[in-house]
Design a protein around this ligand. Structure first.
Ligand code: MG
Length: 454
């Protein structure tokens, strides 16, 4: 089989690409590389969760690791518990935002953050070589159940917000749990923060009867309607493993991820002098503006939540975030955390005494454009070198593709990870300017292709 790990762990269709045999052997590989020691395991509400959880646990135990089985819980809850249970690793059975037929596995190190590429490569190597640690009959590990994780996790989140101020505001919030594990946390958390909570799609069901698990506008029509008809102040929607939260304002409008990220960033950064914000190069001008206004520095990274987490820890950043709405708040933990993000949002609304639509309207407005350029497969990798030459001397970031800044806008050119194409993203103060910058990106990529023929 090809590469096992993708951007966020291993993913596959249940009982097709992702079989119990594969998952058990993956468990053996994880135990071989990250063990010996204690490993925490949890799962979201997807189909196959229990099957894969038992398979991975069997594999781990055979290498002599012991297991703490947390059962059904959000990914960030498991991540929070891994260091607190003195575990050497964590394994999450989840397909995150993918369609219902998918499930998958995320692997965390002893700090609760998903392991780096190098470690994934080691696990893959053990998996494909079949060289696993096999312990004697009397050293097989044991399983302990832990039913305290969700309570511990909720209490931790509450310790990071001003509970009294939020309680006074008595916000009415509709929570859409995506029929998965966010339902076990966010309604309880917000109720304990004094919010009047109405839950929808909060019965656990891996067929996702309420909506598809990705919290994008197309899937949140019911939540929008519920917010409007109940006269609620806020809607919160999670993805399948609740590491992300998407917000709906009091008029039923679904916020863009970069807007909610910007609202939280403005608040966090203004409270931390000389702070640093970590975000991928795909993030836009809005975040830059917010950071500049707060006197914070931006540290750019490659695209991907795992890279952001590790950089946040390495440089001791005040905050991390992605334009899809993932927020990393290191005083709590340096990973995306949907419930923590929801608590921060209600805290901001309570402290500022403002409606969510008003907080959004105070943000600067930018327009974006994106397109893709098909390129000859054999030329795909040579393009980067030519682009680097062609944009030399310009204000740019070259961590992941090439991002060029021009006046009030920017264009990012990145190769697709899987297809023979390059992508262009542009952003500017006007729609015309965004389109123009996007076109500039296309022309640069085309020139970079032609440049290789000479
Ligand atoms: Mg997720």
């Amino acid at each position: 089989m090809g590469q096992l790990f993708g951007t966020n762990g291993v993913r596959g269709v249940i009982n097709e690409g992702l079989t119990p045999e594969l998952v058990m052997n993956l468990g053996r590989a994880i135990g071989t590389i990250l063990g010996p020691g204690r490993i925490a395991v949890a799962r979201d509400a997807r189909k196959g969760g229990e099957m894969f959880s038992r398979a991975v646990i069997a594999g781990l135990l055979s290498t002599g690791c012991s297991v703490v089985d947390i059962g059904l819980a959000p990914t960030p809850c498991l991540q929070f518990m891994v260091p607190r249970l003195n575990c050497v690793a964590g394994v999450m059975i989840t397909g995150s935002h993918n369609p219902p037929e998918f499930n998958g596995i995320k692997v965390m190190g002893s700090n609760g953050i998903e392991v780096k590429r190098e470690t994934e490569a080691e696990i893959e190597k053990a998996y494909s070589s079949g060289q696993f640690r096999v312990v004697g009959w009397d050293e097989i590990g044991e399983v302990h159940r832990d039913d305290t994780a969700i309570r511990t996790y909720i209490d931790a989140i509450k310790s990071h917000v001003d509970v009294d101020v939020i309680r006074q505001r008595r916000l009415r919030v509709v929570v859409d749990g995506a029929n998965s594990v966010g339902s076990l946390v966010t309604p309880i958390l917000l109720r304990e923060l004094g919010c009047e909570v109405v839950s929808i799609n909060c019965q656990l069901d891996g067929s996702f009867p309420g909506r598809m698990p990705e919290p994008i506008p197309a899937n949140l029509e019911t939540l929008s309607q519920a917010v409007r008809s109940l006269g609620a102040d806020l809607g919160v929607a999670h993805d399948g493993d609740a590491d992300r939260a998407t917000f709906v304002d009091e008029h039923g409008n679904v916020l863009w991820g970069d807007h909610s990220f910007a609202i939280i960033a403005a608040r966090v950064l203004s409270r931390a002098p000389n702070s640093v914000l970590v975000t991928p190069v795909s993030s836009g001008r809005l975040i830059e503006d917010v950071a500049r206004q707060a006197g914070a520095r931006i540290e750019w990274t490659e695209v991907g939540s795992v890279v952001v987490s590790h950089r946040v820890v390495e440089i001791g950043a005040s905050l991390g975030g992605e334009e899809n709405g993932g927020v990393f708040y290191p005083p709590h933990q340096a990973v995306r955390d949907g419930a923590m993000t929801a608590a921060q949002m209600v805290e901001i609304m309570a402290i500022e005494k403002k409606a969510l639509s008003q907080l959004v309207s105070e943000l600067p407005v930018y327009f974006s454009a994106k397109t893709k350029v098909r390129v000859p497969p054999e030329k795909k990798m040579g393009i980067l070198q030519n682009l680097l030459k062609m944009t030399e001397g310009e204000e740019r970031v070259t961590l992941d593709g090439v991002k060029v800044f021009r006046d009030d806008g920017w264009v990012l050119m990145r190769p697709s990870g899987t297809e023979p194409l390059w992508r262009c993203f542009a952003e500017a103060k006007t729609r015309e300017e965004a389109d123009r910058l996007c076109q500039l990106g296309v022309e640069l990529i085309q020139k970079a292709v032609e440049g290789q023929q000479k």
